[in-house]
Design a protein around this ligand. Sequence first.
Ligand code: G4P
Length: 288
Amino acid sequence: MTIQWFPGHMTRARRQIQDKLKLIDVVIELIDARLPISSRNPMIDEILQGKPRMILLNKADLADPEVTEEWIKYFKEEGHTTLAIDANTGTGVKDIPATAKLLFKDKIDRQIAKGINPRPIRALIVGIPNVGKSTLINRMAGRNIAATGDKPGVTKAQQWIKVANREIELLDTPGILWPKFEDQNVGYRLAVTGAIKEEILNIEDIAFFAIKYLVQFYWPAMKERYGLEEPPKDIDNPDEIVAIMEAIGRKRGAIISGGRVDLEKASSILLRELRAGKLGRFSLEAPY
Ligand code: G4P
């Protein structure tokens, strides 16, 4: 799914989230573990207006585990409650309710001390498109509730889903946020993971960006998969990156007339294999 985020869409999305904030106690902010900053809305603090929040690094199954650990440390240092999860298989998801309750421990303890039965904590999942919001809602609910690929602006009746022994109530429609496109590298990182469609950016440029990054940080995986010999001597020399793209194309038989490599096809193959995990787990951003 691709959404062109014009200012009107942003304003509407923001208003929709702020309407929902009135109903809830805690925000579950979902970001992509492979690119936690690029998959984050730059105005999130302002939008959430101080609501208690936890940050979930989703798709942790695809991310480099060592880098994910660093991100957890980073967000904790920033004062955030943070968990790494995989909404697809459910890894880490069972810890979400207890973590949400911890954010309210004082309030819950006070209520119990007064003899009041604490009411369920109401939670809202927010995040940019494709980060896994619907997958997580369905996973927490234990059944298919949210349609994956929900579009902003499409309204339907909101419902509460009772989870974790009825101690948490989750809003069934997530809050959809927009990514920050002003920095071109953010767009490229999102495109490498498939979070934004290739039509927005040129596929060869996306693959170029990916190769430049991968040869620096994941050279053994690149070398092995594509039978490469030497890493580029000068990472800033575009010819050396294109030479690797050509080597990938030759390895996969992406040849056009005259024996030249079909760079578009080579790009498409690399990105498909990367997203399918054929080059192993990778992260596109590190905090330190
Ligand atoms: P959204 O509501 O935030 O827009 O995202 P959604 O749940 O629709 O998830 C987007 C894609 O990400 C889905 O793939 C989903 O299966 C995948 N996904 C969600 N969470 C995880 C996770 O923790 N790990 C992995 N590996 N994948 C996850 P899809 O339906 O195949 O869509 P697409 O890949 O064709 O975009």
